[in-house]
Design a protein around this ligand. Structure first.
Ligand SMILES: Nc1ncnc2c1ncn2[C@@H]1O[C@H](COP(=O)(O)OP(=O)(O)OP(=O)(O)O)[C@@H](O)[C@H]1O
Ligand SMILES: [Mg+2]
Length: 481
């Protein structure tokens, strides 16, 4: 969620940054262009005015060029007006020799002046505009050179120019303020983007939390709250609800089928067992038939156990396996289990010891289920411990919980198998047959785990192959039964 939020914020900021940058660049270029146009207009106006002044003076005076000095020059009266022009102005004769200059032009160095008059030397068209470099300190100038044909044969052309630096001033100011403002705009965009992304993703967060709470198989009856907004979130909630309904239905039929099938199998199995038992005690049964009847009975017993376990699990899944909770001393319960375990261990050649506090350990539990749980663990411990090994059962109590442990010195469980041992029908080493030296169905630990969790507790396992295994069941005192 955080990543989507960050990603959205990032892209929002990038999008806004690019937009602002693009807009700024366009604005800057446009401002620069219009400043140039403004300059061009100004020098065109000045060129026009100068042309007119020369034409009018020629029309009135007849001759406006004097050759009194060493070189021909404009009549002083006329050049006085032109000298006052605030830009660079050059008037030349038809041979491109300079006849008059504005005051500003007179301040130019000889080199700069030469560069400035260059367009006049090459002027072929009636008009020519462009940019010239006069070298430092003036830099680039915008110029307009025009032919003057209406002021007598001695006047050839004139040129007006003005520095670009004056025009660039406006846009560069704009650029500076844009650069100053960009970080502020971007920080604002990050904040607004983060807030926007958070607000629009909040409903998704809610739906995710709810779905997470439903993810275990027993909460499938729950449904998401559908927002009244009728937007995409409402549709998502409706879709998830529809999916939950279908899941609940198929889970339900699966559980019902397992429960019904196990239930239906119980009676025929009982009848079978009674029949075999009767045949076993019948005096006329021959010896070899007795042996196969014995094996049949063992199979029937194992099958009855499996059917019973399946029924328990199916009912637990359906939520129809209520606990008959009553408060009692857990030490008595453990004592009974230890006694049974002692007998089982004796026939298997495994020593069983038990340890418990001297004071009563009172807790409200379903005693039958807890006994079943402990017996499952203890029979496993004995079953998976070779002759001569040891099994220890302990009961301890602390402020918040009661803890049972079942420890053995048996074959242990491979680390790769540990995550699976609580799965239904899972048994380590598939080659091990259900009827061999260690018979079983692989349902014992699944039931054990369900019993621990139904009491609000938990079960954990530690094991080292070849060294032994330790199962720990922790039942909280304030159990959420
Ligand atoms: N104390 C143990 N030591 C070694 N392996 C164990 C121990 N307890 C359980 N296991 C492994 O976990 C598997 C699952 O145990 P679980 O009790 O569920 O089934 P099971 O004992 O094979 O059959 P049953 O359903 O009759 O109990 C076992 O097959 C065994 O491989
Ligand atoms: Mg078992």
């Amino acid at each position: 969620m955080t990543t989507i939020r960050r990603r959205l914020t990032f892209w929002y900021t990038v999008a806004l940054g690019v937009t602002v940058l693009g807009f700024g660049t366009l604005l800057y270029l446009e401002r620069k262009q219009s400043a140039l146009r403004e300059l061009d207009r100004r020098i065109a106006l000045e060129a026009d005015l100068a042309t007119r002044w020369l034409t009018e003076s020629y029309n009135v005076l007849g001759r406006i060029v004097t050759s009194e000095g060493t070189r021909p020059a404009l009549d002083p009266g006329i050049s006085a007006y032109l000298a006052s022009v605030r830009d660079y102005l050059v008037v030349a004769d038809t041979g491109s020799r300079v006849l008059g200059l504005s005051d500003l032009t007179r301040e130019l160095s000889a080199d700069a002046l030469q560069r400035l008059t260059f367009p006049l030397d090459t002027l072929r068209l009636p008009k020519q505009a462009g940019t010239l470099n006069l070298g430092s300190p003036i830099g680039q100038v915008r110029f307009l050179a025009v032919r003057v044909e209406t002021a007598g044969s001695e006047i050839g052309s004139l040129l007006v120019a003005t520095p670009l630096s004056g025009a660039a001033f406006g846009p560069s100011e704009l650029l500076r303020s844009m650069l100053l403002m960009a970080p502020v705009i971007l920080i604002g965009a990050v904040l607004v983007g983060y807030w926007l992304a958070g607000t629009s993703l909040r409903p998704v967060q809610g739906i995710m939390d709810e779905v997470e709470a439903i993810s275990d198989g027993r909460s499938l009856h729950r449904r998401l709250a559908v927002p009244i907004s009728g937007d995409e979130m409402a549709r998502l909630a409706l879709t998830v609800n529809g999916m939950l309904a279908r899941l609940e239905q198929s889970f339900g039929s699966l559980h019902r089928f397992t429960a019904d099938a196990s239930h239906e199998l119980k009676t025929p199995l009982m009848v079978l067992r009674a029949g075999v038992e009767r045949a076993l005690v019948h005096p006329g049964t021959p010896g070899e038939i007795l042996q196969s009847l014995d094996e049949t009975l063992a199979q029937i017993n194992q099958m009855s156990e499996m059917v019973e376990s399946l029924l328990t699990l199916a009912r637990a899944d359906e939520g129809r396996a209520p606990l008959a909770v009553e408060e009692g001393d857990l030490r008595e319960l453990l004592g009974d289990v230890a006694e049974t375990a002692g007998m089982l261990g004796e026939s298997a050649g495994v020593g069983v010891t038990s340890e418990m506090p001297s004071a009563p350990v009172r807790l409200a539990v379903d005693p039958h289920r807890i006994s079943e749980m402990l017996l499952n663990l203890v029979t496993n411990a004995i079953k998976y411990t070779p002759q001569g090994g040891a099994v220890g059962i302990t009961l301890t109590e602390d402020d918040d919980a009661v803890t049972f442990t079942v420890r053995d010195t048996g074959i242990g469980i491979a680390p790769g198998d540990l995550p699976h041992i609580f799965d239904r029908f899972w048994r380590a080493d598939p080659a091990r047959s259900r009827t061999g030296e260690r018979p079983g169905t692989g349902l014992g630990l699944a039931i054990t785990k369900w019993i621990a969790e139904a009491h609000g507790g938990s079960i954990t396992v530690q094991s080292r192959p070849g060294r032994g295994t330790l199962f720990t069941v922790r039942l909280p005192k304030v159990a959420a039964v």
